[in-house]
Design a protein around this ligand. Structure first.
Ligand code: CAO
Length: 568
């Protein structure tokens, strides 16, 4: 199989355009016509497709590089070269947009230019604005209409954005004036010469040509820069549409910038229903990337972000609907390889899911955390002796099982902790299901021990062991991970003193437990060695106030200090 250089084809008047996206990587198998990179001028962006199918052997460009016609994009081990349209400089050329259209055929139907009688048009009657020579772009879809009837339009102002599957571009008005009639709408398919709009009192620029098809004409209908007309062998006029700089206007976002994204990203966003004007791009010059669209979608799905449409309908936080709508600055993009070698690894599925949930909970719940210590000297002695007695049963009583039982008692005494927010209401639960964070090779999961109030410590220990094993083996069912009222996160087997656990919404509190250790405790007469268990209680300040939290923790400490209190 031959190694072929895939080059930037004739991209019209796009000269020295920046590479803003790499759509493939070494080792990828690409199809003929598959987009390889996106390039962008200050007027438009377009994707450069491969003229051949094969495997990418070497990438010859990187982000930010400037390329022009003939620049080598990559080296491909070609499976088969699909009718490679040779570049004029020779070699295997990667054609752009529609490789089969010749410039001559592209300009078929182009209305001939009608220069203004006075060199700069000045008309007061209605003037038709047509789609100018857009080269080999055929049946391109209108994806944005940037003006409305009654608007005063300047010559060169963009009227609409059209998009093929390879590129998007703005179509400007060739004249200035007041927009009397718009002849297109989003979704319409356009070709050269199609009537776009009727302007009145038109001044300036070259008046729009009348839509007279002129197959022979190779010249542009539009204000294409002189010398760049589309004659035989000349550059395709599609790329010479003299759009003005991106106009800061679109109907849906009157005050914002037009979303800055490549055609494939726009298409991707449309498929997912993501409103691009509500995204902040993290790409070069604020460009919205596919990652941005994906991240936004994930955030909306996780409830951590919201579109304007969702936010408009959103119920109060706590009722399970709304997102936070945070207007944060973009995540820093750092090229870590500048500082040293790195390895990239995908996040596990669990990490992706739990990460989104943790993030939402962290930003949406006003967390406060209380730290306290419980004296578990006697309890630990009891646990050890119980385990000795029960050695043959195979069930090991854990400190966590006692903690679950103690938490149930505290939840009963402080029902606000056994609750969830639902809009302006508090849902007080009359059941006691306790979740416990389990560390697994794939990440954090939270199995739920159901009806803990109805179970003894031995049964809790046994069920916990089973659930923890299932968690590590990745075999927990959704039912075994849902329905918790309160969660315990125990790092006791590992170490540490205190931490600030994140509340597992829609619960309103979580207990973090660290490693117990012997400490000198003043008993009123002397320091005595006691086994102290550090407790960290995070609570939702919308539901719980500081005094209740301190009482909850103190009560928990009392129970753990003397478990007989559970019976009271
Ligand atoms: N203080 C001192 N020792 C403790 C202790 C504590 N608070 N809690 C447990 N230990 C001891 C146990 O007694 C056991 O010792 P032995 O082996 O000598 O009997 C050892 O630590 C290991 O206990 P364990 O962790 O296996 O058992 P557990 O019941 O305490 O915890 C489970 C089970 C599933 C909660 C735990 O394995 C786990 O995954 N913990 C991590 C939870 C986590 O990641 N939380 C962070 C969430 S926020 O990111």
């Amino acid at each position: 199989m031959a190694l072929v250089d895939i080059k930037v084809p004739d991209i019209g008047d796009f000269d020295e355009v920046a590479v803003i996206e790499l759509l493939v990587k070494v080792g990828d198998t690409v199809k003929a016509e598959q987009s390889l990179i996106t390039v962008e001028s200050d007027k438009a962006s377009m994707e450069i497709p491969s003229s051949a199918a094969g495997v990418v052997k070497e990438l010859k460009v990187k982000m930010g590089d400037k390329v022009k016609q003939g620049s080598v994009v990559l080296v491909l081990e070609a499976a088969a070269v699909s009718s490679p349209p040779p570049l004029r400089e020779g070699g295997v050329g990667a054609d752009v947009a529609a490789p089969t259209s010749s410039p001559a055929s592209a300009s078929a139907g182009v209305p001939p230019p009608q220069p203004s009688p006075s060199g700069g048009a000045s008309k007061s009657g209605p003037v038709e604005v047509h789609v100018p020579d857009i080269g080999d772009f055929k049946d391109v879809a209108v994806i944005e209409v940037m003006v409305k009837v009654g608007d005063t339009i300047k010559a060169e102002q963009s009227l609409i954005t059209v998009e093929s599957d390879k590129a998007s571009m703005e179509i400007p008005s060739s004249v200035g004036g007041v927009l009397k009639e718009l002849k297109v709408k989003v979704g319409d398919k356009l070709n050269i010469g199609d009537l776009l709009a009727i302007l009145e009192g038109a001044v300036g620029g070259s008046p729009a040509p009348s839509p007279q098809p002129s197959p022979e004409s190779g010249s542009s209908s539009s204000p294409a820069p002189a010398g760049e007309g589309g004659g035989e062998g000349g550059p395709a006029q599609a790329r010479t549409v003299p759009t003005s700089a991106l106009p800061p206007h679109e109907p849906g976002a009157p005050s914002g910038q037009l979303p800055h994204a490549s055609p494939s990203v726009r298409k991707f966003a449309r498929e997912l229903g993501v409103p691009l004007d509500e995204l902040k791009g993290t790409g070069p010059k604020g460009r919205i990337t596919q990652d941005d669209v994906q991240a936004f979608t994930k955030a909306v799905m996780a409830g951590a972000a919201s579109t304007k449409a969702i936010a408009a309908k959103a119920p109060a936080a706590g009722s399970g609907g709304s997102g936070a709508g945070l207007n944060l600055i973009a995540w820093p993009k750092v090229d870590f390889t500048k500082f040293g070698p790195v390895e990239r690894r995908d996040l596990s599925r669990i990490k992706k899911i739990s990460g989104a949930n943790l993030h939402r909970n962290w930003v949406m719940i006003p967390h406060v955390c209380n730290h306290d210590d419980a004296d578990i000297t006697e309890l630990e002695a009891f646990r050890v002796s119980t385990n000795k007695e029960n050695e043959k049963s195979g069930v090991k009583v854990t400190m966590l099982a006692f903690l679950i039982k103690a938490c149930v008692a505290a939840l009963k005494k402080f029902p606000d902790f056994n609750a969830s927010l639902d809009g302006d209401q508090l849902v007080l639960k009359q059941y006691y299901n306790i979740g416990f964070a389990a560390d697994t090779p794939n990440g954090l999961v939270v199995p739920v021990l159901k009806d803990a109030d109805k179970k003894g410590v031995l049964q809790i220990s046994q069920e916990m062991g089973e659930l923890a094993k299932k968690a590590r083996d990745g075999k927990l069912s959704p039912g075994e991970m849902s329905g918790a009222c309160f969660t315990i996160s125990s790092l006791g087997g590992i170490g540490g003193r205190y931490f600030t656990p994140i509340i597992n919404a829609p619960e309103v509190a979580i207990l973090g437990v660290c490693k117990s250790q012997m400490e000198p405790v003043w008993d009123g007469k002397a320091f005595v060695p006691r086994l102290m268990l550090p407790l960290s209680l995070s609570w939702d300040h919308r539901v719980i106030d500081g005094a209740s939290a301190a009482r909850f923790n103190a009560y928990l400490g009392q129970i753990l200090g003397d478990f007989r209190r559970v019976l009271l």
